[in-house]
Design a protein around this ligand. Sequence first.
Ligand code: AMP
Length: 597
Amino acid sequence: MAEQHDLMELAKRRGFFFGSNGAYGGTAGFYTFGPEGASLKHNVESAWRDRFTVRLGNDEIEAPTIMPEAVFEASGHLDGFDDMLVECAECGESHRADHLIEDAVEDIEDAEALGVDRVEELIREHDLACPTCGAALAGEPVEDFNLMFETSIGPGSGQTGYMRPETAQGIFVEFPRLKEYARGQLPFGVTQIGPAYRNEISPRRGIIRVREFTQAELEQFIDPEEDEPPLGEVDDVGVRLYPASEQHADDGGYVDTTIGEAVAEGIIGSPWVAYYLGVAQEWYERVGVDMDRFRFRQHLGGERAHYAADCWDAESEIDGNWIEIAGFAYRGDYDLSKHGEYSGDRFTIFKRYDEPVTVEKAVVDPDMSALGPEFGGAAADVAEALQDLAEDDPDAFDSDEVTVDVDGESYTVDTEVANFSIEEQTESGEHITPHVVEPSFGVGRTVYTLLEHAYREDEVDGEERSYLSLAPEMAPTDVAVFPLVTNDDELVGVAEDVAGSLRKAGLSVSYDDSGSIGRRYRRQDEVGTPFCVTVDKDGLEGDGGPTVTLRERDSAAQIRLPVDDVAAELAALLAGDREFEGLSQRYDDVDTDVTTA
Ligand code: AMP
């Protein structure tokens, strides 16, 4: 296992990621992905898009990252998207108050659920100190701190806007249009990969908790009464679950089961959530997460976000700590109802009945020539209130008079004037608010997990090396090509031709001619390049046309093969259609002394 400092050091030295704005002293919580990291991140996003957009038949959109205040009033983020802040009076450093409690008090795993007042008390009871300067924090106020970055849209006082704290809102607010692209048919899913912003109180641990990060989210819109997930596809997928009940129990542990069984036994409440856990399990395995250091953990009661009914996190283990790398939430109709209510637009789908149905409907047809003179400007509102009352409580019209409230004032009307009746109406369907199931992945945390889980150290030909055993699909570079020496025109020419033909075949190729061959191999090992091709003099001297060596990263084993075979063999190896070991039966092994240059 990689210790964190090794990985952070490697990440910076080899160009995976590093703290941004270093020239200006750095900005906590912002990271730049360097050439290797940007490529790895891109590969993670492509693999996610392949599985969660293309193969599930969903649509992808790209929405703006700044949205107006009204969106977050409706979504609840303005009021509820807070973390607990405690500031040290001595050094001025801000801390997550709930994290301080969780770190210091053994039995408390979810301090956020305890509320601000209790957390303040606990800081006092346990006499907690500032992790930065050691000063006492007892007596310092704990406050709710809203995590959204505020900005203004347009010049002058303009309009208040916020950087989106999750990509999801960009999908929800466009639902009235998106449903048209889905031809008004449920279920349908919309995905988005893009940045989200949270003004984290104390960003930490490299790219794990940052203030700008990339999310890959799927919003699955369903009719809760009719739509079922294709559970059969993932029935047999094995998962390690950590349900809330086990987290509460003294001797609680993991439940190793299959998705099918977990649903049958009610361990996972929502079949839709279960379906996505199954899809995610296989996806994480594909991209190279060590599944022995992976679990799905159910949220505890107080931990659930303001919108979520049942929630599970995918968690990976990183140097002894479990971190959330994705969340799976059954959000119900919360988001669409709220946007419907606040915007006045239609966040519903018209669900057509199999057959039109005849329903009895209570209606009023008020005599406006009577209401007008009596109530003046309020008459139209009174008429509307009478219709609402007829629908809610038709019995109210049994008396001689009915009373309705308009803007806090009571108006009493003769029942005869209201003209109440029960009518038969034919309805062909109804407007329903779809429910939402949301798998939400953190791309940066996935990248970090892949690096951490792929990190290895061993010895090759008496020399220590570290390497990244990344899945070929994720590796930033497919293959590196080296001329063994640089002072031989023929040899360099062949190496350049090989690199060119591999690029033409669609592979990402790194051409490296600097330093000893051993150093070049180590450089590629450290960035996880699965294969290296070396052109040497021996390969140009035989009778049967030029040959090169092909080296595999993890085993450091080498074979010699004809130049003409390289592209096809590499394509098969990278696609997983061929094992490197099998090649040594067809081609000659090469002495693996990599230090001779
Ligand atoms: P949430 O909406 O909090 O469930 O977040 C969804 C996913 O986004 C999480 O599972 C993380 O992978 C990722 N994420 C959330 N906050 C951060 C952060 N501050 N830095 C990096 N990734 C984050």
